[in-house]
Design a protein around this ligand. Sequence first.
Ligand SMILES: Cc1ncc(COP(=O)(O)O)c(C=O)c1O
Length: 350
Amino acid sequence: MSSPIARPRHFASDNYAGICPEAWAAMAEANAIHEVSYGNDTWTQRAADLIREIFEKDCEVFFVFNGTSANSLALAAMCQSYHSVLCHELAHVETAECGAPEFFANGSKILLLQGANGKVDLADIQRAVNKRTDIHYPKPRVLCLTQATEVGTVYSVDEIKARTELARKLGLRVKMDGARFANAVASLNIAPKEITWQAGVDVLCFGGTKNGLAVGEAVVFFDRELAREFDYRCKQGGQLASKMRFLSAPWTGLLKDGAWLKHARHANAMAKRLETGLRGIPKVTIAYPVDSNAVFARMPADVEATMHESGWKFYTGVITGDESRLMCSWDTTTEDVDGFVADLRVLCAK
Ligand SMILES: Cc1ncc(COP(=O)(O)O)c(C=O)c1O
């Protein structure tokens, strides 16, 4: 393997994938004629209605450009500047948003929780809240859960409920970072309401980008009161698209005939196949349960370097310690997976 091979698809991120056909077709349809701007168009109405249908709830829905803005603006809507947000130490809001949640919430502080497999530990929620109750401590206000987690695990319905019930007792509201919510729903094979509003989640950042959109996340308020004046927050935060239909129309393509779940199931299945292949290689170990579309693997450093040199792109040591994160997407093929495993097996045998 001396010169890198140009590969059509990679395992670095589900963001590397292109736009799924359903979203692409809806985008083309939305391009046919003029439409009203700033979200007052029929596509945006339809996309929001589809989200209400899927969640079986009359929720408030806003479309924004990316996950960082969805998370940040949602947290800003839930917090005063003197509040704090509790999240896992690996949470994207802490590790990968450049302080945007604190910035948009005017200084609300993020407090870090521990927990195995990327899931916040119940006792640690209690510890963080009860640690101090005096006026000098940033008042805990929101528990932020990531579903699927940053390490690809998925909270079960009971695991979500245990955390939201504790949060309620402690006076916290609950926000979910669902950048890979579709993968979690596909993994659990349940109705979306069962891991959101029925389980005590107040606000969901519903990810579209990693599921096959070009760009765009939906902020879904199950507690409509929390959405008060959120439209102004979006505008001020640079998240009110003038040509909003190009954010919302692709959502209709993704949601209307269940493509979102089809793509998520496929990505999850590819991750399972990858896990099975990797488990067959003696020098490779799997770091976390593979519940969704991510596989975290440990492999010898020289092997990892050679894989990169041969043209495979994936992250090592970015999300967690020294593990390699391998993400599958809606368009990952069995050939991609088997090719990766085959190359790794050859290198590990040397
Ligand atoms: C858990 C999680 N939340 C949110 C995001 C969204 O981030 P971005 O602002 O890059 O769209 C990501 C993207 O990697 C993510 O992994």
